[in-house]
Design a protein around this ligand. Sequence first.
Ligand code: MTE
Ligand code: MO
Length: 424
Amino acid sequence: MPDHTAATDELAYDRRRLRQYLAGEARADGVERRTLLKLLAAAGGAAGLGLGAAAPATAAGPGIVKPLPAELFTVRGTNAESRTASWQGAGFHTPLDRFFVRNHTSTPLLDQGNWRLKVWGSGLRHGKASEFGLDDLRRLPAVTTEALVECAGNGRSYFTTQQGEAVSGTAWGLGAIGSARWRGVRLRDVLHRAGISRDAVDVQPRGLDAEYTTADGANLGRVRRPLPVAKALGDVLLAYEMNGEPLPADHGHPVRVLVPSWVGIASIKWVGDIEVSDTPLYSPWNTDFYRLYGAAHPPAGSAPLTRQTVKSAFELDHGAAFPAGRSHTLTGRSWSGAGGIASVEVSTDGGATWRRARLHDSARAHNWVRWSLRWRPERPGDTHLLARATDTRGRTQPDRTVHNTQGYLFDAVVRHPVRVVEGG
Ligand SMILES: Nc1nc2c(c(=O)[nH]1)N[C@H]1C(S)=C(S)[C@@H](COP(=O)(O)O)O[C@H]1N2
Ligand SMILES: [Mo]
């Protein structure tokens, strides 16, 4: 029998992949041999060298199609961060007009009539490729999944502003996340139709957006990242609708991959082909990027990132003003990649005392909960609001996140600055 189930343990799986690479059984197009050798050194327990990960390219302006009004977004290079204040009263799912956009290059304009998905590779029976149009996908059973998409770097700026640590990458606040109702087909159904063989080990979707070139000029090719076959045959969707509408251009029109609870990079937008391989695959997005590097991590990095951490955000801008001597309702959202949220505590005095927030949604995996708390500040002055969530697995947000050079998976309690002003 093929060993599909064991492969969800990404660390063990990664070690196996590395051994296969060493044995000449794995392919790593676009990954420098130097990088792989460092990973191999680490897997073998040898001391490695610090890894100089490529910095993301910066472009002149965002190649994003939808309007980016300042009340909804903060533009960061090729990306647009959703303002958490714009989530207040906006419903459980993030309206499409304020859903964050993370683009390595820019949004391609694809015609759904001409779009084809090619499924190919050594992991198909007889090595025979197949093609699917959007109509072909629509004829397969439709599935709806409610799930967050969150960038692995969400909250990255707090490594610097709160912990005084240097990190590379887009300086997101907490708005590199959105929730949607996704409709599409199971990737599993497409892989079975394409004739996935029992020998398949990796499934690598690739986007149709432009090839990505780093700041130092290295062309890494099209955005792509392998999924272990066990995950690809699990809860992964090929989504063609978002909140009841055809997938918008910026979010992957006409079809994107949706991997619930995993780091956003797994959810490849504008998918054009999927390689099914009987040998392990590497891409820069599971080697140089999306691993934890730094003093507290293995010399050549952690296993590739999969699940997201626990976070909480107030639906407020930094520096929001509250009149003293009056009662206010503070609102926010908390979420976890490891399950639903069980409880949220809030401090309005910089962390000295904590009260339980009222939760407005039930705990559900892949989704956030909205919460609220009454607050009556007595005296004018600057203060910090803090929110600390615990998920259904019992994981609570820590006071500090262990540093990693690329600023991934920030999960510490954020100190949100606000001003209490003279009540009029
Ligand atoms: N083809 C392609 N897919 C991609 C990306 C990209 O640049 N190109 N960015 C990834 C990253 S890093 C994230 S966080 C999510 C963002 O999804 P969104 O822009 O729909 O919010 O898409 C992922 N899929
Ligand atoms: Mo991301």
